[in-house]
Design a protein around this ligand. Structure first.
Ligand code: GDP
Length: 356
């Protein structure tokens, strides 16, 4: 499955947040046989629609989709210079599908900041610079061979142009993601900064409740998404019963746990969406990439469903809830038969028909 790699300077709250991410009862209940690596945090994507479906279908259980975060230890300024830890760090990021940087915004005189002050913009730049430098090295290594090839092979000229354009962007200190550059060719080179970025601002109450400040920080990282949470509070929430948890959230002006917002943002950043199935056994959200077709969606349940795909019976969640039951939705003409070219829409409730 796709993963987000968690990075950040020392002492910004990565471990605190990661520990909160990995302590999840919902998952233990629903995925008892999953082997989860110690450096991977699997977070449920909370979806109130599933509870509503479970009610309607008297489902025995609810199985949410999940998002995986990998803890990538040890970013240090100078990683791109390639000393031991730095190399390992970059190799780990290469394996992730998106980059999730935790940025410290909380102030706490007891927690030392590596650069002596809390400065989110500078922290973001420090990490971006290491990744940009690593990409520049990758390009400098690849270009001479490609330029040579371009002299005899016309098609390679376009590749060289594209890579040189990317090099120009990186030389300005920008990531390829910021510049909106992405292509199979750039991906082939295994560049780091084409990966989508997501930023988690680890903040305390004064910042969490300051809309103007939040907006300013969000603009700093656009087009990447920004999530605001208090990592320490997130860890505490897991120890509390529902009512106390709610009170604690209200005391810091938050409508929901930050981890829920993080799961949603992570999911979007990875380019994923869900569709839903419902029945007496379970109501469940399945993960597909945005733009997946009906047979691809069926393949997520079982490869045989994809191979033997005939059609999908689809009703949108809203139509289903409005009708009140599958039978009522059917007689209202809200249940559609979709073929193999159908592109799935978020919130589709689906039953597949297939040959075995
Ligand atoms: P890491 O080095 O990025 O993994 O940072 P840690 O998670 O180890 O956190 C470093 C220190 O900051 C620890 O003492 C944490 O308890 C503290 N810390 C983490 N998050 C917060 C926060 O949101 N607020 C405050 N006040 N302290 C935090």
């Amino acid at each position: 499955s796709l993963t987000l790699g968690i990075v950040g300077l020392p002492n910004v709250g990565k471990s605190t947040m990661f520990n909160a991410l990995t302590r999840n009862d919902v998952l233990a209940a629903n995925y008892p046989f999953a082997t989860i690596e110690p450096n991977v945090g699997v977070v449920p994507l909370r979806d109130p629609r599933l509870d509503r479906l479970a009610e309607m279908f008297s489902s025995e259980k609810v199985v949410p989709a999940t998002v995986s975060f990998v803890d990538i230890a040890g970013i240090v300024a100078g990683a791109s210079e390639g000393a031991g830890l730095g190399n390992k760090f970059l190799a780990n990021i290469r394996e992730a599908d998106a980059i999730c940087q935790v940025v410290r915004v909380f102030s706490d005189d007891d927690v030392v900041h590596v650069d002596g002050r809390v400065d989110p913009a500078a922290d973001i730049e420090t990490i971006a610079t290491e990744l940009v430098l690593a990409d520049l090295q990758t390009i400098e290594k690849a270009l001479p061979r490609l330029e040579k090839e371009a002299r005899v092979k016309k098609e390679t000229k376009a590749v060289v142009d594209e890579i040189q354009h990317a090099q120009g962007v990186l030389n300005e200190g920008r990531t390829l993601f910021q510049a909106g550059l992405d292509s199979p060719r750039l991906r082939e080179l295994n560049l780091l900064t084409v990966k989508p970025f997501l930023y988690v601002f680890n903040a305390d109450e004064p910042v969490l409740t300051d809309d103007a400040r939040r907006k300013e920080l969000a603009e700093l990282v656009a087009p990447a998404e920004a999530v605001f949470l208090d990592a320490k509070v997130e860890a505490e929430l897991l120890e509390l019963d529902a009512e106390s948890a709610q009170e604690l959230l209200e005391s810091i002006g938050q409508p929901e746990p930050g981890l829920d917002a993080l799961a949603r943002a992570g999911f979007r950043t990875l380019g994923l969406q869900t569709y839903l199935t419902a029945g007496p056994k379970e109501s469940r959200a399945w993960t597909i990439r945005r733009g997946a077709t009906a047979p691809e969606a069926a393949g997520v349940i079982h490869t045989d469903f994809q191979k033997g795909f005939i059609k999908a019976e689809v009703v949108s969640y809203d139509d289903l809830v409005e009708a009140g039951s599958m039978a009522a939705a059917r007689s209202a003409g809200k249940v559609r038969m979709e073929g193999k070219d159908y592109v799935m829409v978020d919130g589709d409730v689906v039953e597949f028909r297939f040959n075995v």
